[in-house]
Design a protein around this ligand. Structure first.
Ligand code: XBP
Ligand code: MG
Length: 251
């Protein structure tokens, strides 16, 4: 029986990557006097690595850009990433990043039905509360029983750690939950913890391998903007709702 919906954030709740995180990274690079710039295709490639700090380190290792001589590279990356988070929060506060179709509707329906809700993401915790407050109001972080985010677990997606942590904290078994994800890394993470997963794609992840997912849709759908189903059963009228998710789980 479906007891909880576990939301990924980046790419799933909102298209945060191209116009949010990427822009914030570039602002932080410029502020730090670095001549690095992550354009849209480059960022798509870097998204293979989850976690902003991990992504910066991967970029340094792969592209060997000029890095100032610093005593401790890990500390320096953490500082640069902190500046990036501040820029990202500014972008959220400016209202630049809306929720994807169907996200607000599904959350509202779940709350009315008493369905348990959690966030399961690799991004920094402040980024989650920032997005929720900017899009759903100041009290919306409290709608989620758990916000599992960032460095709370040692290994980020595609490792299963964040899903294991979520199940343990909520005292749920994997088959009582459904994860909503947008990327292959997210799907691999959920499946490695035996959590059934439904995918909504975006421009960066459309070509990913979603093998093992229960279904793949373009988005969660609204009555006037139905989702297209790319794999698995299609929801009635192109709208992913609680009945549809519960049915998927029962199959
Ligand atoms: C999200 C990420 C994050 C964000 C940046 O993955 O990979 O790294 O891009 O966030 P998912 P931070 O959607 O699978 O959780 O810079 O705060 O790490
Ligand atoms: Mg994601």
């Amino acid at each position: 029986m479906l007891k909880a919906i576990l939301f990924d954030v980046d790419g799933t709740m909102a298209d945060t990557e191209r116009d949010g995180h990427r822009v914030a990274f570039n602002l932080a690079f410029r502020e730090a006097g670095l001549d690095w710039h992550w354009d849209v295709p480059t960022y798509g490639e870097l998204l293979a690595v989850t976690g902003g700090k991990e992504r910066i380190r991967f970029f340094i290792d792969k592209y060997a850009p000029q890095v100032p001589e610093v005593a401790d590279l890990t500390d320096w990356i953490a500082g640069l990433h902190k500046a990036k988070t501040a820029h990202y929060l500014d972008l959220l506060r400016q209202g630049e990043i809306p929720l994807r179709p169907g996200v607000e509707r599904l959350i509202a329906q779940a709350r009315r039905a008493g369905m348990r809700l959690a966030i399961t993401t690799t991004t920094t915790p402040e980024n989650v509360t920032g997005l929720l407050k900017a899009t759903l109001g100041d009290d919306s972080p409290e709608w989620f029983e758990l916000i599992a985010a960032g460095d709370i677990v040692p290994a980020k997606k595609p490792a299963p750690d964040i899903y294991h942590y979520t199940l343990e904290q909520m005292n749920l078994s994997a088959d009582e939950t459904i994860a909503l994800e947008d990327s292959a890394n997210g799907v691999r993470s959920a499946l490695a913890a035996d959590v059934p997963v439904v995918v909504t794609i975006n421009d960066y992840t459309a070509g990913d391998d979603f093998g093992g997912a229960l279904a793949v849709h373009t988005h969660l759908g609204e009555a006037d903007n139905p989702a297209e189903t790319l794999a698995g059963p299609a929801p009635d009228n192109g709208v992913v709702d609680l009945d549809y998710l519960a049915d998927l789980l029962a199959r």
